[in-house]
Design a protein around this ligand. Structure first.
Ligand SMILES: [Zn+2]
Length: 454
């Protein structure tokens, strides 16, 4: 799952559609201004030109032509030979197509492709094609390829452009400049947290961030109640006024069973960024209480005892969290992975050692997150794998174990170690920064209440 990524959008074709509709509008306008026979001639001329040239090139002469008198128009209309060569070709990658196939479709040979790819070591980026991606071929007046461009993500484009006085091409990557502004969202919890964040228009990745921020104090698997509510102020990134992504949560407030938790993102004088409560105490603790955010407890910890008659021990040395297959599982604390692989009835399992005393185990995973292997270091809250039902398991769930000095303990009753608050010397600086931010939550929520009353 890649919750934060939005699907790649083909922006080039959209822009062309816009250009085309703009020209159509211009045509209508000119028809209204010149309701005579000469206009018919002009119309023909424009239509032919439209086919002959790229849309962008034709925009310019069109606007100028409004001042051209009817005499000139009728003579230009009689111009005999029309060049039907397409100076710009946008080709969309279809299933199974390679760059060489697309060059063929553009009427270009393999030798040109090879010389282009060898002229810059980054040029091979063009060979990593995705179905639906658009390649734009542009030609010069000699009908020779002058540039090849493609949008590879919402913000990034790659280009190969012919150098001025050589046959070589230069690679260039451009990143569209986004604008960041603050956005407010709030929601009331009816059932699941995720349903409420979705309803409030909060992207999945941001909902996970919020669950991480409050994950030390609120157990999102068992503490959430109807009537709980959340408010967040976060960074939204836009391009041409359209939302293209989110940044950080700046401040958030979560009301859980009547108790209000506030979090403020703050960077201290040493450049360390963390979330703090309104009074400056740290929200970050050595362990988070639940390694899955959107789950329910399906089996609790029990040390078991010998059955008096059967003489069998029935124990469950961990907690089970049921959730749909693919739900992310997070590392409960910073540590080092000592196992990421198959472990008998546990199926796909991750074991993390947290310092000398603590160890956590995550079993029955569907698969491991990228980069998770024996020996790798993990950060608290980092996704280590996904819910599955591998090993001895009857349905998708996480079996989670917590050990202190080699002894299994109930993770839900574990007294969690707490980390440091803001340093005394920074209290004032923190207050100056955090108070206006929290005030924004207050003003937004009162506006919301007023709107709801209307
Ligand atoms: Zn279990």
């Amino acid at each position: 799952m890649t919750p934060k990524n939005t699907p790649t959008q083909q922006m080039y074709p959209k822009r062309h559609l816009l250009a085309a509709s703009g020209i159509a509008a211009l045509l209508c306008l000119t028809l209204l201004v010149y309701p005579s026979r000469e206009v018919e001639a002009k119309k023909t001329f424009i239509n032919i030109e439209l086919e002959a040239q790229s849309l962008e090139e034709v925009t310019e002469p069109l606007t100028n032509s409004e001042s051209v008198d009817a005499q000139t128009l009728s003579t230009t209309a009689n111009k005999p030979e029309i060049d039907s060569f397409e100076y710009k070709k946008d080709l969309t990658v279809k299933n199974g197509e390679t760059l060489s196939v697309l060059f063929e479709r553009a009427g270009l040979g393999n030798s040109l492709l090879h010389s282009m790819l060898s002229s810059d070591k980054e040029a091979k980026r063009f060979t990593q094609l995705k179905v639906g991606q658009t390649l734009s071929f542009e030609f010069d007046e000699n009908k020779e390829l002058k540039s090849l461009s493609s949008q590879i993500s919402t913000l990034e484009s790659i280009h190969l452009e012919k150098k001025a006085d050589s046959e070589n091409f230069a690679f260039r990557k451009t990143v569209a400049q986004t604008q960041t502004h603050e956005k407010y969202a709030q929601g009331n919890i009816e059932g699941a947290l995720f349903a409420a964040t979705k309803k409030a228009g909060v992207p999945y990745g941001l909902a996970l961030d919020m669950a991480n921020i409050f994950g030390y104090d609120i157990d999102f698997a068992q503490d959430i109640r109807k009537g709980d509510k959340f408010e967040i102020l976060y960074e939204e990134k836009t391009l041409d006024g359209k939302a293209v992504g989110t940044g950080n949560i700046l401040t958030a407030r979560f009301t859980n069973r009547g108790k209000i938790y506030t979090a403020v993102r703050y960077t201290d004088k040493n450049g360390n960024t963390s979330y703090y409560s309104a009074d400056g105490s740290s929200l970050r603790k050595a362990f988070i209480r639940t390694p899955v955010d959107f789950a329910r407890i399906s089996s609790r910890f029990s040390n078991g005892r010998k059955h008096p008659i059967l003489n069998k021990i029935r124990a469950h040395k961990g907690v089970d969290y049921a959730a749909p297959r693919g739900t992310p599982i997070k590392a409960a604390g910073d540590g080092r992975v000592t196992l990421a692989g198959r472990k008998g009835g546990y199926g796909n399992t991750v074991v993390i050692k947290h310092g000398q005393r603590y160890q956590t185990l995550y079993a029955h995973m569907n698969g491991f997150a990228k980069g998770i292997r024996s020996g790798s270091n993990v950060k608290q809250g980092q996704i280590i794998g996904y819910i599955g039902t591998t090993g001895l398991s009857t349905g998708p769930h996480l079996h989670y174990e917590f050990q202190v000095n080699g002894v299994h303990v109930d993770p839900l009753s574990q007294k969690l170690p707490i980390s440091d608050p803001i340093h005394a010397s920074e209290k004032q600086r923190f207050a100056q920064y955090s108070q206006p931010l929290i005030a924004k939550l207050d003003s937004n929520s009162s506006t919301q209440v007023a709107l709801n009353k209307q």
